[in-house]
Design a protein around this ligand. Structure first.
Ligand code: PLP
Length: 396
């Protein structure tokens, strides 16, 4: 009566959501202050003041039918122009309003892009572990085949040997995400250059372009002046999937975009297919009020220093307790090695101390856990004795 696949997706929560719900139940029993929930990636840093000011100004001064009415399917021209202007100034690009398709966050950007590129079931999209688990859902539900490259657990850049082995004549695209959820690392310029060279070589070998899909909701969340290379400058067949969920702390407003630059082979056809996929999936006309907010707030961010403070606090203390951690360069996740081989068992044991950590098995990286630190600083401080006791429990 219903699609088995959709039934399965709808009736089984993700491991992260499962843990988040468990945390709420636990809080009702032991008190919210005694549960250390590092499960979910919901920004705690407030949206910058320009967001509230723009909303107020728009509501005061703009005609209601303009604020709340339909926009063009691909989004308001003014919003797309404002984003193009900002990116051209910031990264010395040459993109135009017509290259953008406004969407409902990165999830919609990715689904639309994958739908636009997929021609047949044999088409494969490659993801690099550790990766955002929804990629598998997005790829398979657009009718394509999911392929994974195991993690480079030394530097958490890209395991190029494995990538080279994974790419084949069916490879339609590769998805990258930097700053990365869950590892917190940023792909260096050297990595992006190496990736571009490999994809160019493979595209030439197979006689079709292998698209690079750059999923960038954390682009602005980078610490210590580490640069996040703008990928379209290194590889011409790049499509950018962007979201304001994290940079402007607006995850519930569902706003972002897809960028198909002119340099993409057959860019006009690819852009038309993006518009078609947006239409087919029902993602036309992204939320109108927030398109107008973006036009006014483009280039602004929440206070990233607050995340950096959390990063420093966690990293210093957890390493002092003996945890092996990847030092996050960006995003708001700390990736650490579980203290036993089975990360799920480790996370179960952590629950006994009311520490909610996510095993990275679903991120394609067994043996590791993700600690999401977009949380209150006070909660991090309160959690330290639990982390210490958990580490101790493995020594005794
Ligand atoms: N991609 C990555 C790597 C993410 O971490 C997330 C959300 O956490 C998304 C995509 C989806 O973002 P959005 O809320 O903008 O749909």
């Amino acid at each position: 009566m219903v699609s088995e696949k959709m039934y399965e997706l709808g009736s089984k929560r993700s491991a992260i959501r499962e843990l988040f719900e468990y945390g709420k139940k636990r809080a009702a029993i032991v008190g919210k202050e005694n549960v250390y929930d590092f499960s979910i990636g919901n920004p705690t840093v407030p949206a910058p003041t320009c967001v509230k000011e723009s909303i107020m100004e728009l509501l005061e001064n703009m005609d209601s039918s303009l604020i709340h009415g339909y926009t063009s399917a691909q989004g308001d021209a003014e919003t797309r122009e404002a984003i193009a202007r900002y990116l051209n100034n910031r990264y010395a690009l040459n993109v135009k309003a017509d290259h953008f398709y406004m969407t409902c966050g990165a999830a919609a950007s990715l689904c639309i892009t994958l739908r636009a590129l997929t021609e047949r079931k044999e088409d494969e999209f490659v993801v690099i572990a550790p990766f955002f688990p929804e990629y598998r859902v997005f790829i398979e539900s657009q009718g394509a085949t999911f392929r994974m490259v195991p993690a480079d657990t030394k530097a958490f850049q890209i395991n190029f040997e494995a990538l080279e082995e994974t790419i084949n004549p069916h490879t339609k695209g590769v998805i990258i995400n930097s700053p990365n959820n869950p590892s917190g690392t940023i792909y260096s310029e050297e990595t992006i250059n190496k990736l571009a060279t490999l994809l160019e070589r493979k595209s030439a070998e197979y006689g079709h372009p292998i698209m690079l899909i750059s999923d960038e909701p954390y682009r602005e969340i980078a610490y210590d002046d580490v640069q996040v290379p703008y990928v379209t400058k290194y590889y011409k067949n790049t499509i950018v999937c962007y979201s304001y969920s994290k940079s402007l702390s607006l995850p519930g407003e569902r706003i972002g975009y897809i960028l198909v630059p002119d340099e993409v082979e057959n860019s006009k056809a690819v852009y038309a297919a993006v518009c078609g996929a947006g239409r087919a999936l029902g993602y036309v006309c992204a939320p109108s009020l927030f398109q107008k907010v973006i036009a006014k707030c483009v280039g602004q961010t929440g206070d990233i220093d607050l995340y950096k403070k959390n990063r420093d606090l966690l990293y210093e203390n957890l390493t002092a307790y003996g945890y092996e951690c990847v030092k996050p360069q960006g995003a708001f996740y700390l990736f650490m090695k579980a203290l036993e081989e089975d990360a799920k068992a480790f996370c179960e044991r952590a629950k006994a101390y009311d520490l909610l950590l996510v095993a990275a098995d679903d991120f394609g990286c067994p043996g590791y856990v993700r600690v999401s630190y977009c949380v209150e600083e006070e909660m991090i401080k309160r959690s330290f004795s639990a982390f210490e006791k958990l580490a101790q429990s493995y020594k005794s």
